[in-house]
Unconditional design. Structure first.
Length: 336
């Protein structure tokens, strides 16, 4: 779709969302399962903005706040679930209401529902859908919505939204980084946020256990004959031997993506209950969101994920097969 049309549609939706917010006094916000910095930063940044407007807000993250994101100002206010009555529900960074996990019914039960998101998913929900997959981070949409509400970000809001934008753009490296991203980041910097502080907190340190686990990831790496698909895995036994938790694998897939010749990188992690979490990254020619969708997941063209409820070896086989099929000339290669 043409960018001017997308921008004007987004503006219409932002105006509708702002009107719904002005009309409500009690608002509940929720982000997606296994939250990242975009989910939590958007939740906290919008929550702080709405409080400045005098709203009573409840902030829900169904999977809580992982240790590594506890540098975000106000994270202690986030609850894993809530009971009460509100006039408006807002879902953040979730493509499909099911991504809200245990908060799905809570958000959908509200008299009005706003969906603020930037994924390509096929299942938008809510009365007002502020969904724009051309935007780099949900945090950018939150910034634009606050502008619409005439709230200039203070230091706290800026820190939260900087975390959202910096991480979802891969530190302003990914192709989703636009001139508008930088304009928003500039405004956040002016309001007091520093990109370095986010980088240090999220990427700039690694526990000893996670370091050992990274060693296992690197020794267990494989690739296709042509080197275009690179993958690796860590199993329960690796976590136990290294004394590491699931959070330790943040950034692991990037260690695979940078292997020379890789067009697609896939990281498999065996979860506590036996199913397998899959992270996919592409250099852009393969739409990994489509591959993830084959397994009930989703994401963006260059970055996606899914959960496969199978033992690790068969999950790996099936996903790598699907990636091979998605390679641009896979169809041509299959010809006799
Ligand atoms: P990650 O690999 O960092 O966990 O996720 C990369 C991207 O894929 C993120 O934008 C995330 O929202 C999306 N994603 C990851 N896992 C899932 C999933 O299970 N379902 C859906 N719909 N999206 C996912
Ligand atoms: Mn996001």
């Amino acid at each position: 779709m043409n960018p001017t049309f997308l921008r004007s549609r987004r503006q219409t939706k932002l105006t509708e969302a702002a009107a719904a917010i002005r009309a409500a006094t009690r608002i509940v916000l929720a982000c997606h399962l296994r939250p990242d910095a975009d989910a939590l930063g958007s939740l906290l940044g919008l929550g702080a903005g709405l409080r400045r407007l005098g709203k009573a807000v409840t902030l829900v993250s169904p999977d809580g706040v992982p240790e590594m994101y506890r540098f975000l100002p106000g994270w202690e206010q986030i609850v894993p679930g809530a009971v009460g009555d509100w006039e408006l529900g807002i879902g953040l960074d979730a493509d499909g209401s099911d991504r809200l996990g245990s908060a799905e019914s809570l958000i959908l039960a509200q008299p009005r529902v706003i969906n603020l998101d930037h994924h390509t998913g096929p299942d938008p929900y809510g009365d007002i859908q502020v969904v724009d997959s051309s935007i780099a981070a949900t945090g950018e949409l939150v910034y634009l919505l606050l502008q619409e509400l005439e709230i200039a970000p203070d230091a706290e809001i800026a820190a939260c939204l900087m975390a959202a934008v910096l991480t979802d753009t891969g530190c302003f490296r990914f192709s989703n980084t636009t001139a508008e991203t930088f304009r928003i980041a500039a405004a956040l910097r002016e309001a007091g946020a520093t990109p370095g502080a986010v980088y240090d907190a999220v990427y700039g340190r690694r526990s000893f256990g996670a370091t050992l686990l990274l060693g296992r990831l690197l020794t267990q790496v494989s690739r296709t004959e042509d080197g275009r698909v690179v993958w690796s895995w860590v199993g329960r036994a690796d976590f136990e031997a290294c004394g590491a938790t699931g959070e330790a694998t943040e950034g692991f897939v990037d260690q695979l993506r940078i292997v020379e010749g890789a067009e697609v990188a896939v990281f498999f992690r065996e979860a506590t209950h036996g199913d397998v979490r899959v992270s996919l990254r592409s250099r852009g020619r393969v739409n990994v969101a489509q591959v993830a969708a084959e397994f009930g997941g989703g994401g963006h063209v260059p970055a996606a994920g899914c959960t496969v409820e199978e033992a690790l070896p068969s999950a790996m086989n099936r996903v790598i097969d699907a990636v091979r099929r998605a390679l641009p000339d896979a169809a041509a290669l299959a010809q006799p």
